[in-house]
Design a protein around this ligand. Structure first.
Ligand code: S3P
Length: 168
């Protein structure tokens, strides 16, 4: 059974997933990295090129494949929950973990990041609106919410290890 990390851009999903994988020798996949490999361009460039709707469809397909492969740790892109199909898929999982980080912290980590098109295209207030809308979706699909604002990747990895019977 997979552990799927969800949360807003800058919540630390990829770093925490990598830390978990490295610390406990688990296999790990990341939807953005996989899209990057599949389309031979960084996920941000793919999003810019194909637009958000198509990008959400690709994200869905990639996550579906990772779940079918029973990848143990899966880090997702922050917007994956905007796709109704992805939400349905996530609701069928039993170990979806929401790294909930406050908006200001996310913003301070992603502002001006050229690899994240939404963080450069939208103003802080527009992005905060997205954040608000998404909080409701993260809550809807998460089995476990972890308040992650001031915690290090190591702390979060340990917490996830403790809270989930990871190898079940
Ligand atoms: C996105 C988040 C990004 C990436 C893409 C779109 C979003 O992933 O998938 O730029 O819509 O929130 P991270 O959450 O890893 O930054």
């Amino acid at each position: 059974m997979s552990i799927v990390l969800i949360g807003f851009m800058g919540a630390g999903k990829t770093t925490v997933a990598q830390t978990l994988a490295k610390t406990y020798s688990l296999d790990f996949a990341d939807t953005d990295l996989q899209l990057g490999r599949q389309f031979a361009q960084p996920a941000g460039d793919l999003l810019r090129r194909v637009g958000e709707d198509q990008f959400r469809e690709y994200e869905y397909q990639v996550m579906q494949q990772m779940l079918a492969d029973a990848t143990l740790i899966i880090a997702t892109g922050g917007g994956i929950i905007e796709s109704p199909a992805s939400r349905v898929l996530l609701q069928q999982e039993k170990k979806v973990i929401w790294l909930n980080v406050d908006y200001q912290t996310c913003w301070s980590r992603i502002a001006g990041d050229q690899t994240r098109p939404l963080a450069t295209k939208l103003s802080s207030s527009e992005l905060q609106e997205r954040f608000k809308v998404r909080q409701k979706y993260y809550r809807q699909v998460a089995d476990l919410e972890i308040s992650a604002t001031k915690k290090s990747p190591q702390q979060l990895a340990q917490e996830i290890w403790r809270l989930t019977n990871i190898r079940d």
